[in-house]
Design a protein around this ligand. Structure first.
Ligand SMILES: NC(=O)c1ccc[n+]([C@@H]2O[C@H](COP(=O)([O-])OP(=O)(O)OC[C@H]3O[C@@H](n4cnc5c(N)ncnc54)[C@H](OP(=O)(O)O)[C@@H]3O)[C@@H](O)[C@H]2O)c1
Length: 283
């Protein structure tokens, strides 16, 4: 299902050779992170066009450096990345359809906006990629899963990989319905981790730690363990087993969390609920 052959971690600078212009529609949290990632990877300011009704100070500073801000149109775009809220999609796509050229690949990161909707708003021959990033994209450590429509050429797909890879790892799937489950795991996943930090803080307080110390321990433990997981070649189960001595403190805690598969079952229930909700929202 996952096509790892064209996945990447997005580490090296490699956007210096993009030929046409790259257009960003919507430079909010996600769009802003993408834009900074592109510039950091060598995309020249003069190649970038941004449409954003309320540009932040960061975007205005980029405009002063040569990024084109809110021109009437950008007809020679090689790629158009749509990063507005899904609610304004109809009006934004209508605007795009007026000037987006045949050769541009349109990459949407809007939650719940399907390939059929995007293609329908443009033209039947439009090359469209639907992508689902996640919050750590804001610090270049996200993971994005992308699905192409049938019009996306290998070159356009490679460009989409490079653009989306500016905020972290990229995976491709051929079947966009997989994006509902992706949304439930990686899209909503950061919130589950934040909840874990909240719960660990509360549990620390319950065994007598001062609240600020409990909060700090929970935050640093989750951030540190996350970083370890990121850097280690070992799978999470092995990492867990490696810190669990038989009869020790960790084993005592895991005995509670893993009793009769309780934690696994709760997570499965949560992810199933998010998958269902994602499906409903895309209908
Ligand atoms: N944040 C995440 O973790 C996350 C994860 C996965 C997917 N996404 C998707 O990413 C998209 C962007 O999310 P976000 O969190 O970055 O939202 P955001 O911060 O609200 O950014 C959207 C930006 O688009 C601008 N905009 C509105 N109408 C526009 C128009 N007609 N033309 C150009 N720009 C326009 C908005 O300006 P105003 O403020 O003036 O309205 C805003 O700056 C959403 O579709 C969301 O589903 C986000």
């Amino acid at each position: 299902m996952i096509d790892s052959a064209n996945s990447r971690s997005g580490a090296e600078p490699d956007l210096g050779d993009v030929e046409g212009s790259v257009v960003l529609v919507g430079a909010g949290k996600m769009g802003g992170a993408l834009l900074e990632g592109w510039l950091a990877r060598g995309l020249r300011s003069g190649k970038l066009v941004v449409f954003e009704p309320q540009p932040s100070a960061q975007i205005l500073a980029r405009a002063a450096e040569g990024v084109r801000l809110n021109p009437d149109a950008a007809p020679n775009a090689q790629a158009i990345v749509v990063a507005v809220k899904p609610q304004v999609a109809p009006q934004v796509m209508q605007g795009l359809a007026r000037w987006a050229g045949e050769s541009a690949v349109v990459i949407s990161i809007m939650a719940g906006r399907t390939l059929a909707f995007l293609q329908g708003a443009l033209r039947p021959s439009a090359a469209v990629v639907r992508a689902m990033p996640n919050l750590p994209a804001a610090i270049g450590r996200g993971i994005t899963v992308a699905a192409p429509n049938a019009n996306v050429s290998p070159r356009q797909r490679a460009l989409a990989t490079r653009l989306l890879g500016a905020t972290g790892a990229v995976e491709w799937v051929q079947d966009e319905s997989v994006l509902n489950a992706v949304t439930a795991v990686s899209g909503s996943g950061p919130a589950y981790v934040f909840l874990l930090a909240e719960a660990l803080t509360g549990a620390g307080e319950a065994v007598g730690l001062p609240p600020p110390l409990a909060a700090r321990l929970a935050r640093e433990t989750i951030a540190g363990a996350g970083e370890l997981l990121h850097r280690s070649p070992l799978d999470p189960a092995t990492l867990r087993e490696n810190v669990t001595s038989p009869g020790g403190t960790t084993a005592a805690a895991l005995g509670v969390l893993m009793r009769e598969g309780a934690f696994q079952r709760l997570m499965e229930e949560a992810v199933a609920a998010a998958t269902r909700r994602s499906r409903e929202l895309a209908e």
